[in-house]
Each structure stands twice: as structure tokens, then as C-alpha cells.
Ligand binder design. Sequence first.
Ligand code: ARG
Length: 658
Amino acid sequence: MNILALLRARFQPVLQPMTDDVAPLLDMIRPAGDPKFGDYQANFAMGLAKKVGKSPRDLAAEIVAAVQLDDLCETPEVAGPGFINLKLRDSWIQQQLDSAQADPRLGVDKAETAKTYIVDYSSPNVAKPMHVGHIRSTVIGDAICRTLKFMGHNAISDNHLGDWGTQFGMIIYGYKNFADADAYKAAPVPELSRIYRVVRGLMDYFDAKKELPILQAKLAERTTECEALKAAGEPADKAEAKKQKKELGRLQSQMDDLSKDIAATQAKIAKTEDSPQASEMAAQHANIAEAVLQETVKLHQGDEQNLALWKEFLPYCEDEIKRVYERLKVTFDHQLGESFYHDRLATVVEEFEKKGLAKESEGATCVFLDGFKAPMIIRKRDGAFLYSTTDLATIQYRMETWKPDAILYVVDFRQGEHFDKLFAATRLWGFDDIELKHVSFGTVMGDDGKPFKTRSGDTVGLEGLLDEAVSRAFKVVSDADDAAPEGPTLDDAKRKQISETVGIAALKYGDLSQNRESDYKFSYDKMLALQGNTATYMQYAYARVQSIFRRGEVDIATLRTSGAKIVIEHPAERQLAIAVLRFSEALDDVLADYRPNYLTNYLFDQLAKSYSTFFDQCKVLKADTPEQKNSRLLLCDLTARVLQQGLNLLGIDTVEKM
Ligand code: ARG
């Protein structure tokens, strides 16, 4: 049962004859912002009145007289210019609580039509370390998949690994030139990461060498502009003077940024040049960028040695990421990486050519798309295929294999243009009956407002991040246990075990509670806070409910089936009951635009807050009568179950004690 959907269904037959398009009117039935105005509010009368030539209040009264709501609501009230205020009947709320409480799905119905979704998420480029950006895709994608499945959809997760790109050219080149055979034999993974870092370091060095004069030239240019402006003197006209000042400020800040970039670039260069060993190595591998590219090309052309090395390295790379997935408790139905599509690429390009959808341009094969300045290149002039070609082949494969209704790509916003073009090309290709959606997300920032990095300047590795969150969670868990009303009950081993759950949860929830399209500032303290919109607070709330049962020696499973009922007496009970019943609405909101933060908002703003008011104002274990006590225990239990189910859909576990 979904209250909002139910109300809309009741109003629909009344509104339908008055309009060509009833959906936007039904959308104007919403939860009331203020309990003063009831539980839900309908605001369509004002807009509709003009069209039907009546006063909004009269129209509202007419609609209220016609709509069938008796079983569900008190008599609706027409307020102000024509708002319709709806208040749910307590008896109806109680009935709904009864059925929610007896239902493992907590009263949430499955979607009317089950659809097939492919959710493409995580998808890191293997052979390089996973970093904090990957956590966003992984946890957002996992939450979306879980929610789709819970709503009865067929959600197929596919980890589209980058397992065929230049990074393999890098480790192949590195292996051929820098590998320590004994070290590799003893422990291949650390040796492969070392090799990757060596090659990365050399490539960065040459990039920095190339970049430095460009930055310096830019700085010189800005400096000249700045000096010229100063030399011109301050204009007499006030407005002009203001404009000049603003321009000087703009130039100055550009110069500051450039100076910082130059210093960082010089530091990178110095790191190599200050070490005789590193300098000599750089001298010996001066054409490394080209050489790495050649190794990649050879791999793609099926060169025996490179292919054998790739086959040897890939499982190690996969093991690396598997460890992270295990800790995050994320699984995939499929893990079909880019390499899987290699043999299909030539055919895809041929198809585009045959259908007249692709043209030759400067030697490259291009798909020209309306509304885009640059075409989408699907084959380079040297014959190489691209990321786009692979993505086209992937769509074709997915259509053939699963016939999905939708494909969701949970990927960084920087790939927005890639997906816009990909989707446009896919439509041209003839797949027009499918929802293609880039579920885009922003950057994780550090305290300095720049992309999150460690002190050494490397982007933060995912495992280090998890370790840190868990070790900080240990302190939170220990403090909470020490302060527990029944006194500390956890030994160190148990605390450690709980910390793993709490630490990982904090990280996930910290991410999921953000508007996915915004950048957000990463902060361990914020995400592990015991107060506020955090996993820690939610897990604590859940554990507190369990502790009520323990302290009251309540066997909640028995009480659930004892015939005891939830009876609403206090306003705080009523508020909490409605919050519990609105779980289903929150899930609809999540899936409307694939935004898990609608679920975290619901859990915090509605469920947890109403629970906390209820807990302050209503005695549970010391209730006035045994009936009242049982009713309140059941309401606590239902709250905890919704909390647990909600967190589960976010990929977060609860703990019984903390
Ligand atoms: N491997 C890519 C990256 O790390 C993301 C792939 C996303 N999925 C896709 N089908 N393009 O940037």
C-alpha cells in the first residue's frame, strides 16, 4: 500500500473528465508541509478553476463532494483559496499498521509492471588502484539495484570492467622493462602495482616536462596583460574603474592558480631529476608514452606474447578489486569487461557504415549527430576502436541477451557528453524503445575543496579509506558501549566486528545521503557522527530499539503474533505511524530519478525524527497499561524493521548492539 498512490487513484476518476492530461493534476496531491493542514494536501483546484470556469473554492468543494475517500480520510476540508486538506482516519492507519506488521515486505507493494533493468556500475579500470571516485559508482549502483529488486523488477547488475585499455599497455611495458622476477614470483600483485607506479611515474614526468613551458607561457601572458592594465592607470569614470578592478582581480587569481600549478609541476619534475637513478631511468625510457601505446596496440591486434601476459595479469587485477567488493558486500550478476566485446567492434563499425550512419572524416570513421559540435568517432585513422565503439557493442549485446527495458550507467559526470552521444547514436542505430540513462554523480572533495587526495598527492586508495573509516568507527562504538544505559557489554573482539559494519556503513551512507549530482566534502567526523543524518545515527537508533526489548525482556517475535495491536492514542504515535507507512512513497521517489538520497532523507527526516519525538513523549516499558505497552512495543518494532529494510536497500547492515 502506498498512501499517495491510493489518494491519487481516488481522485483520478473525478478529475479525469475535467482535463486532457490528468497526471500533472494528480502530481499536485502531496504530503502536507505542516501537520496543521492535515496529512496530505491537494492543490489542483486553483489551476483547474479557470479552465472549467468556476471559482477555485467552489470547484474544490465540488471535487470533495464527488471523491470517494470515506474509508480512508476524515471529511476533507477546503481551505484558503481552494486547497483541499486531507487527514487520514486513525482507524484506517491502524488497519494499515496491522497489515504492514504482518507483512515481510512491511506493506510495500511490488511495482505493477516488472521491468528488466541493466545497471552498469562500479566498472573500474583494473590494473590501476581503485580510488574514492569508484566508491560512489559502486554504492549508488548497488543501492539502485537493491531498490529495483525489492520493488519486483528484474535488475541485472553488470560490472563493465575497464580491462582492455592503455593501463595494460603500461603494465606490459613495465613488466618487460622493470619487473623483478623473484618479487613477481613471490607476490605478483604488489609487484604489478609497483610496476604500474614506475611506469605511471615516468609518464607523469614526461607529461610534466611538456606541461611546464605551456603553463609558464600562460603565466607570462597573464602577467603582461596585468601589467598593461596597471600601466593604463585607473580610469576616471567610476564604473570603468570598478570594471578594471574586477578584471585585475580575475587576472590575479588566474596567476595565483597558474603559479601553484607551476610549482606542483616543478615538484613532480624535481622528484625525478633530483635522483640520479630516476633521471637515468627517464633518459633510457624517453619514448615511454609511444612505447606503451604500441604495447596496447599489439595486445589488441592479438600479439601472442602480450595476449599471454594480459591473460596472466588479469586474474590478479580482478582479485584486487574483489577484496574491496567483499568488504563493501557488493556483488554483481555479471562482470563483462571491455575485452569481452573486442571481437564485436569491427562488425559494429561495419553496421554503422552499411546503414549510412557513419562517415569517413580525416581518415577516421565518425557518426555525426544532431545537436553536437563534434562527431562520435568509432574508429580512429590508425584503425583502433574506441571507448564509444565498445559501449555500442555492449548495448547491442545487452539487447540481444536480456532485452532490457532500461540501461542505467552509474558513472562520473565528466562522461556526460560521452553518454549523450552514445545514446543519440544508439537511437540512430534503431534501438529507440529503451530507456537509456546516465545516472551521473559529482566529485568527492577534500577539506581544501579540491578532489580528495592523500597528503602525498595521490588520489586516495579505496582500501586505505575503508581501513581508516573502520578504525575511527571503533572509537565511536567503544564510546557508545561505555555510555550504554545498561553498562558496557561488548568485548574488544565484538567491538572490532561491529566497527567493520559501522565504518563501512558510514562511508556508504555518507555518499548515498548526498544529492548524487553534487560534489561533496569527504569527512570521517561528519559521516561517523552519532547525531544527524548518518548511518551511525540510524544504526544506533536501530540498536536502541533492540535494547528496549532486551531491557524489558520482551520476546518481540512472540508479541508480533500474539494478536496484540497497535492503537494510536498520542499525536507522536500517530506521526510515527504515518512515517512508517510512507516507506513505499520514499522508494517510489528513489526510483523516479534513481536518487538514493530520497531514501536517506526519508529515514532521517521522517522515520528517525518521528521516532525520536515518540520516544521522548511516550513511555514504552513504563506505559500506563499492558495494552498500551504492547502497542508501543509493536510500533517500535515496526519502526526498527522499516529502518533495517531501508538500510538494507542502501547496502547497509544493522547491528543489534553498539
Ligand atoms: N571504466 C570506465 C571508467 O573508469 C567506466 C565505465 C562505465 N561504463 C560504461 N559502460 N561506459 O571511467
